[in-house]
Design a binder for this molecule. Structure first.
Ligand SMILES: Nc1ncnc2c1ncn2[C@@H]1O[C@H](COP(=O)(O)OP(=O)(O)OP(=O)(O)O)[C@@H](O)[C@H]1O
Length: 297
């Protein structure tokens, strides 16, 4: 099974550590969600993995081989963001652009490309610089689904897409994933929309990966406890609280890990993924580290 290892990546901008020490392994056959607040360095990390930005330290290896400037290895990785694949290709018509992609990637999936052009109603005779923001994103996501690379990285793929087109993209991505063995990494702020698709969650926070867990594990360990504020205060001690909300004299605490014996006055519910993701991306890295230590994840 192909593995992409990201080891000890560091990157500074203007003397500030954006990425302090990033290590994780991406395995074939998964859909990862790379989540984090604005400006935490998601795009920087994706650019480094794809050899578009150099790290100050660290390396990326594909099956044990460092990928830096090795075209054959880099061909297995593909990053979709708001830039075009080829420089100065803005003036090209969409169909010429896809032809160019095909010349670089002989195994480019033309049949799928035709299908996606049709379902997204992309005008292939249009010049790229005349496309709307949404259709430019559609052009990019079509490319991402049709190139034969093993690791496809989508950095905010749904920028400018309306709700129908976003739904269509998620459906086509899952369809593609079920037919081909590949790995998708999706970086997005639309957590609620992707929470049903991603099987592993990577949360970037304060320069490190603070969470690297399967969605299933996160779900199993996440609880919402609701009760009167005084009752909640009494049971809070010793719990790993990742977030809280109050409505009137009722309070809900979101707990990650074991909740132990809870009195009947407190309602215990499982938490849906989107809610817990939002709480986890908001936490301070140090608090999260303490929680992990306390529950030994
Ligand atoms: N080329 C650059 N020169 C200087 N600073 C940069 C550069 N690229 C990124 N940064 C800084 O690095 C930090 C991380 O930026 P990055 O775009 O990677 O974050 P992000 O998590 O993708 O953000 P968002 O979710 O808002 O898109 C920001 O503070 C940004 O200003």
């Amino acid at each position: 099974m192909t593995k992409l290892e990201i080891r000890n990546i560091q990157r500074k901008y203007s003397g500030i550590d954006v990425l302090k020490n990033i290590s994780c392994t991406l395995e074939e056959g998964h859909i990862y969600g790379l989540l984090g607040r604005n400006g935490v360095g998601k795009s920087t990390l994706l650019n480094i993995i794809n050899n578009r930005v150099l790290p100050n330290k660290g390396e990326v290896k594909l099956d044990g081989e460092v990928i830096f400037e090795k075209d054959d290895l880099l061909a297995e990785l593909f990053l979709i963001n708001d830039t075009l694949l080829f420089n100065n290709s803005d003036h090209l018509k969409v169909n010429k652009y896809f032809k160019l992609a095909k010349s670089f990637y002989p195994d480019f999936d033309e049949a799928l490309c035709d299908h996606l052009v049709e379902v997204f109603e992309l005008d292939v005779k249009q010049r790229i610089d005349k496309l709307s923001t949404g259709y430019r994103s559609i052009l990019n996501v079509i490319l991402g689904l049709c190139v034969p690379a093993k690791f496809i990285f989508f950095d905010e793929p749904t920028l400018g897409l309306d709700a129908n087109h976003r739904e269509l993209f998620y459906k086509e991505l899952l369809d593609n994933f079920s037919k081909k063995t590949r790995t998708f990494v999706i970086s997005t702020h639309l957590i609620e929309e992707v929470s049903h698709m991603i099987d592993t969650v990577l949360i970037l926070n304060e320069g490190v990966i603070s969470v690297n867990e399967t969605a299933e594990t996160i779900l199993e360990k996440s609880w919402a406890l609701t009760g009167a504020i005084r009752d909640i205060q009494e049971i809070s001690k010793g719990l790993s609280i990742v977030g809280r909300e109050a409505i009137g004299n009722q309070q809900t605490i979101y707990v990650y890990g074991n909740v132990g014996d809870i009195p009947p006055s407190i309602q215990v519910k499982s938490v849906d993924l989107q809610k817990i993701f939002i709480e986890l991306t908001s936490m301070k890295e140090r608090d999260w580290r303490e929680i992990k230590q306390s529950i030994k994840v």
